[in-house]
Design a binder for this molecule. Sequence first.
Ligand SMILES: [Zn+2]
Length: 206
Amino acid sequence: MKRLLCMIYVTFIFNLHYSQNPSKKTSCYDLMDVLKVEPTPLYKLHLDASKSFGVKLLKDTKTIRKYISNGKFHAIKKKGKGYRVQKLNYSSAWMVSKASLILEKIGMRFTKETKGHTFTVTSITRTLEDQCKLRHINSNASLGLSSHNYGNSFDISYIRFNDVLKYNPKMEQALEKVLQYFANTGKIYYIKEKQQSCYHITVRNY
Ligand SMILES: [Zn+2]
């Protein structure tokens, strides 16, 4: 009898132990490693601007959904005046309202200056999960925090205009001129990212 009770007890403890430890879903990234990376002074301006919107670091799609349901994130249309959004694989088309407004304004100014041309947005809001997956296919993707992780940054290609992938210095210059205008008026920060052939744009909380 004693042995039987003992066996039941052991089985009970065994089951209890394992039921409390379901196989944990391992995350793609280590937050401590991400936070350890020191941004360059130029990039720090972008990150500080991103953090000023009151959006917490976007870890996964669940966090994005939270900001969609409370009205903080606005859907970015696939097509607007002067811009197109390409099919997004590692980011999603949601941003804070000021960023969405500035994208519209950049598009309008660009199409006016170029008499009807369009540029292509290649990346928008990224979660840490997205960023980690992206890094698996593109080793240049940021190891540390990215301003895309807060819903106010997007990338515009400088080698794709009017939906055509082609080196186009005239369009590239026109685009840079428009970005310079918005930077000068304190609305954005931008960096030309040669490895990705895009302008990385962060909207400021002006
Ligand atoms: Zn970017």
